[in-house]
Design a protein. Structure first.
Ligand code: FAD
Ligand code: 2HG
Ligand code: ZN
Length: 475
């Protein structure tokens, strides 16, 4: 863009959102560098609108000047989808000033919230009115509901409540043309044609900008209990999951698995945390039961389950949290794994899903292949076993240069793992999305028919290819 045209464009943006909210100078790392520090981009500017109308005006200005837009929430995404490329031509559209909770409708069990609202703020607002907003992930203190919808985030309660998609009843969106679509109906039934909200959920900012959403809440359970158990194998963890479904039914609200090396990284980098058991067993599980009757009822159910599991041998040892503080501490261990991985150094992530029943075989087989092909590679396996979603991550060999390992080994490592995922009929992205890190892989692993349909949708909604171009779909 010639300098004069660029000045005119920035002047237009300043007139829309105010001078203070168009950032072009100083340290813009918070918007230009992704959470994993995988890529640093360069933004033309960071623009921070405060209303839906301002977003629409910004997009219209972008359309008029042919400027591409990268919507951004908390910038906690795992696949480099929310930061600009290195060209210095893309506008980062940060939604964080649009953070109001517009309405909470207790009778309809819904809350309408702006896209930039931090997830934890939304959880707390619901809790204050006696409701649970059942989306929970370790980034909840900084990720936004717009980003959660943009990625169709999962987290630790999907086993009971589903992904963000399942929690959304309506959206308000600014289209790629700068029009406002108001779909905040809060209806549970509406069969008036294509359900447009589902196009935008999980579209990673490539089709339009989500500015607000109507989300489901559930009545706060009377009790939520957490247990931490060690298990002799992944097969045993799967057996325990089956028992938990049978005993707890809809009361099972969390079921996470953690490999011993993943836990050892938490021990190493967060020694102040107390991890039950000594780390001798290959896997541990965190499980949560929610109960609408009472804590005593929940405890009886959980203890019955654990006793049966101990007798069966699918659990070796278990503790049940005695207080909310203890429950939080147990969950904190699990949630610290990505942070411990980051402290350990750059790493390779595989956010995969496979039928729960096939996960043990997948891990056995793939671990063996990796050990042979990449001697010393350290496997950090953990995740949402209840959803068949494993974070099958890899840390560079001990003492090696992680940057060099990623440069030389990430491609062949990904090829090996994703070929295995194909063999097991799984998915190469369960909850984090595609962004730029996985777009080549999407092109290889998604069927040509599905890719063709995706391209048609993109072309129909964003014919100028201005919305987060190059993310998800290859240019
Ligand atoms: P960003 O990172 O800012 O954006 C993510 C994507 O959404 C980008 O493509 C962006 O363009 C798009 N986007 C953002 N806002 C909008 C909008 N308003 N309209 C349209 N598109 C938009 N993810 C999980 O699924 N489960 C987990 O358990 C989980 N745990 C995590 C733990 C840690 C410690 C961290 C750092 C991340 C974790 N994540 C997890 C990944 C991440 O937090 C989620 O993907 C989250 O949903 C991203 O929200 P965000 O506001 O940070 O979005
Ligand atoms: C989690 O479940 C997140 O903790 C992050 O999805 C996973 O860092 C990862 O690979
Ligand atoms: Zn996860």
């Amino acid at each position: 863009m010639p300098p004069i045209a660029q000045d005119t464009f920035l002047h237009t943006l300043r007139a829309i959102v105010g001078d203070a909210h168009v950032l072009t100078e100083g340290d813009l790392s918070a918007w230009e560098l992704d959470w994993r520090k995988r890529q640093r981009g360069k933004a033309l500017a960071v623009v921070r609108p405060a209303t839906t109308e301002e977003v629409a005006a910004v997009i219209k200005a972008c359309v008029a000047s042919g400027i591409s837009v990268v919507p951004q929430g908390g910038n906690t995404g795992m696949v480099v989808g929310s930061t600009p490329d290195a060209s210095g031509t893309q506008l980062v559209l940060s939604l964080t000033r649009m953070n109001k909770i517009r309405t909470l409708d207790a009778a309809n069990l819904t809350v309408t919230v702006e896209a930039g609202c931090v997830l934890q703020t939304l959880q707390q607002a619901c809790e204050a009115q006696g409701f649970l907003f059942p989306l929970s992930l370790a980034a909840e203190g900084s990720c936004t509901i717009g980003g959660n919808l943009g990625t169709n985030a999962g987290g630790t309660q999907v086993v009971r409540y589903g992904n963000t998609r399942e929690l959304c009843l309506g959206l308000e969106v600014v289209t790629a043309q700068g029009e406002i679509w108001s779909g905040l109906t809060g209806l549970r039934k509406d069969n008036t044609g294509y359900d447009l909200r589902h196009l935008f959920i999980g579209s990673e900012g490539t089709l339009g900008v989500i500015t607000a959403a109507t989300m489901k809440m559930v009545p706060m359970p009377a009790a939520m209990l957490t247990a931490f158990a060690s298990v002799p194998s992944l097969d045993a963890a799967v057996e325990l999951l089956g028992l938990a479904h049978k005993t707890l039914s809809a009361g099972l609200t969390g079921f996470e698995v953690m490999g011993d090396f993943a836990l050892s990284l938490v021990r190493k980098h967060f020694p102040q945390q107390h991890i039950p058991f000594d780390g001798e067993d290959p896997y541990c599980v965190v499980l949560e039961v929610s109960d609408h009757d009472s804590e005593a009822h929940a405890r009886t159910l959980l203890e019955t389950l654990l006793e049966e599991a101990l007798q069966d041998g699918c659990v070796l040892d278990a503790v049940v949290a005695e207080s909310l503080a203890q429950a939080r501490a147990l969950w904190h261990i699990r949630e610290s794994i990505p942070l411990a991985q980051a402290q350990e150094g750059l790493n390779i992530k595989h956010d995969i899903s496979i039928a729960v029943s096939r996960i043990p075989d997948f891990v056995r087989e793939t671990d063996a292949q990796i050990a042979q092909a990449f001697p010393g590679a350290r496997m950090v396996a953990y995740g949402h076993l209840g959803d068949g979603n494993l974070h099958y991550n890899v840390q560079a060999p001990e003492g090696s240069d992680a940057e060099a390992f990623l440069r030389d080994q990430e491609k062949p490592m990904n090829a090996l793992v994703y070929d295995q995922v194909d063999r097991y009929n799984g998915s190469i992205s369960a909850e984090h999305g595609i962004g730029s890190l996985k777009r080549e892989k999407l092109a290889e692993h998604k069927s040509p028919v599905a890719l063709g349909l995706m391209r048609s949708i993109k072309q129909a909604l964003d014919p100028q290819n201005l919305m987060n171009p190059g993310r998800m779909l290859k240019p």
